[in-house]
Design a protein around this ligand. Structure first.
Ligand code: GAR
Length: 199
């Protein structure tokens, strides 16, 4: 019997952060937890292919299709699979207090800025980097934090800074923040939380 923390990764798009978690599991950076399940709210998400290639169960749970039953269905699936840790890796749905309190201190999110800058409602994906560039900050980065009822408002687990270049576009900045910060700190934070839960 495995005594590792059972991890579910929730995704919506390309899934490069999911890939970083899979790679970290394969290389041993994540050793206290195991990715058991990938759930996408979008049936076209490339993240689903990444899960398939890695031999991880992947399912689609669409908010559009399920409507008001979306969160109840998610809770049911996560509970049935005895999931210990839920990782939001580019999951573009805001979760209600009912959901976040059901899994208090068990949900982890990666956000592409240094919280409390450029976060909260409306700040997701490329918009975060557009906002950082238009404000003119010289340093940005990524944050991994616990998820509570306040969007991007839960306790910070890890952060990493990334310098902004004069010729950065939202796209070049997004790529560098992923490469230099997100893909590094997300696996480290997931290992830390897995170890704490199982320790
Ligand atoms: C990542 O940059 C992630 O930090 C961001 O979406 C991207 C998903 O990329 N998440 C948010 O903005 C959440 N507020 P991925 O699908 O390639 O991992």
């Amino acid at each position: 019997m495995s005594d590792k923390a059972k991890i579910a990764v929730l995704v919506s798009g390309g899934g490069t952060n999911l890939q970083a978690l899979i790679d970290a599991q394969n290389s041993g950076i994540i050793s206290s937890g195991e990715i058991k399940l990938v759930i996408s709210n979008n049936e076209g998400a490339y993240a689903l292919q990444r899960a398939k290639k890695a031999d991880i169960s992947a399912i689609v749970c669409s908010k559009k299709v399920l409507g008001s039953e979306f969160e109840n269905t998610l809770i049911e699936i996560l509970d049935e699979n005895k999931i210990d840790i839920i990782v939001l890796a580019g999951f573009m749905c805001i979760l209600s207090e009912k959901f976040t309190s059901h899994f208090a201190n068990r949900i982890v999110n990666v956000h592409p800025s240094l919280i409390p800058s450029f976060c909260g409602k409306g700040f997701y994906g490329l918009h975060v980097h557009e906002a950082a560039l238009s404000y003119g900050v010289k340093v940005t980065g990524a944050t991994v934090h616990f998820v509570n009822e306040i969007p991007d408002g839960g306790k910070i687990i890890m952060q990493k800074a990334v310098y902004i270049k004069d010729d950065d576009t939202p796209e070049t900045l997004q790529k560098r923040v992923m490469e230099e910060a997100e893909w590094k700190i997300l696996p480290l934070a997931v290992e830390k939380v897995s170890k704490e839960i199982k320790g």
